[in-house]
Design a protein around this ligand. Structure first.
Ligand code: PSU
Ligand code: MN
Length: 311
């Protein structure tokens, strides 16, 4: 059994070489593979996201826990295992020590992934949508939110999912000092759709502007992430009404079936996907790829302007 962090961390040769040469690296989460999407869309997606990062000139570092080892940068066979094994764990920060000690396997959430990415010096991360405050009466708050408040990371996402209480999620981010930067937009995206009618608190129109903002945020001594919110590509976005109807139904079902804790988010995502047929899945896949590409462009821009973190 691993007794210290060094023995537990398995950084792939590709990622470790990129880091030592100062090449741009983008961290990717793996709960979306183990719990967020059905097989085989999940394995396709995992590879598409990695390819999108590469196509834009950066190195992907998908993070997961495999038999108690914390892996940064995965082989195809490892991605395939995460996508198809079925009963894997969801690795949020509170789960990490247990999973290492008990030699468990699972996908790291946004919270788990940014925590790990930060300790090994990665500064840019891409996902689909962050977790957040669930709507009444589910009463669940994702560990993503407090982790975003205490981890310096550029987090590229399509906002938070419409299954959540978006105003309460934005309030939380505001209370805890996490800047929400609309990427080429002034509106907080609602994941499947570009519109939530909620404003972001700033806007950046290019990777360079994101880096300029991040540098100042961290030079000021602030320790939180920068949440860069990218609207889903127009070709895949769902009409707001379609999405709202599916979300309402999924929430009713979750209440009836008394879904709780770590099951809430995967249950709602799966129900919305069933209720909208291919449409929400297509949107989900399209925006994940898009976010991976933009994160890579930001990582490239960061490489051209090093020394980002003052603290
Ligand atoms: N967004 C997706 N699919 C997902 C998730 C987010 O489109 O699978 C995952 C992320 O890993 C996120 C997690 O961190 O759901 C949030 O889970 P919870 O609400 O239990 O914290
Ligand atoms: Mn929860």
């Amino acid at each position: 059994m691993a007794s210290n962090l060094r023995e537990t961390l398995r950084i792939s040769p590709e990622v470790s070489k990129a880091q030592s040469m100062g090449k741009p690296v983008v961290a990717l989460e793996s709960t979306v593979i183990t719990h967020g999407l059905p097989y085989p869309d999940n394995i396709q997606l995992a590879q598409d996201m990695e390819n999108e990062v590469r196509r834009n000139g950066a190195v992907p570092a998908t993070i997961a826990v495999l038999e108690g080892g914390i892996h940064v940068g995965l082989e195809i066979a490892q991605l395939e295992y995460l996508a198809s094994a079925g009963d894997l764990k969801k690795a949020s920060p509170r789960d990490l020590a247990r999973m290492v000690v008990k030699a468990e396997s699972g996908g790291t959430t946004v919270a788990g992934t940014i925590y790990l990415a930060n300790i090994i010096g990665i500064e840019v991360f891409a996902t689909g949508g962050i977790g957040g405050v669930h709507r009444h009466p589910i009463g669940d708050i994702s560990a993503d939110l407090p982790q975003l408040a205490r981890t310096p990371m550029i987090v590229v996402c399509a906002g938070a999912k419409a299954i959540l209480d978006l105003p309460a999620t934005i309030e939380y981010l505001e209370t805890h000092g996490v800047p929400v930067v609309g990427y080429q937009t002034n509106e907080f995206p609602a994941f499947y759709s570009a519109h939530s009618r909620l404003p972001t608190n700033s806007r950046a129109d290019s990777p360079e502007e994101v880096i300029e903002f991040a540098r100042m945020h961290w030079q000021l001594g602030l320790k939180s992430s920068l949440l860069v919110t990218v609207p889903p590509p127009a070709e895949v976005a769902l009409p707001e009404a379609v999405m709202q109807e599916a979300v309402s139904q999924a929430l009713k079902d979750a209440k009836e079936e008394r879904i709780r804790g770590q099951q809430v988010t995967p249950f709602l995502l799966q129900r919305v996907s069933e209720l909208t047929g291919e449409a929400s899945l297509t949107a989900n896949l399209g925006l994940l790829r898009n976010n991976a590409g933009i994160a890579a462009q930001i990582a490239l821009s960061l490489q051209r302007a090093p020394g980002l973190r003052a603290v």
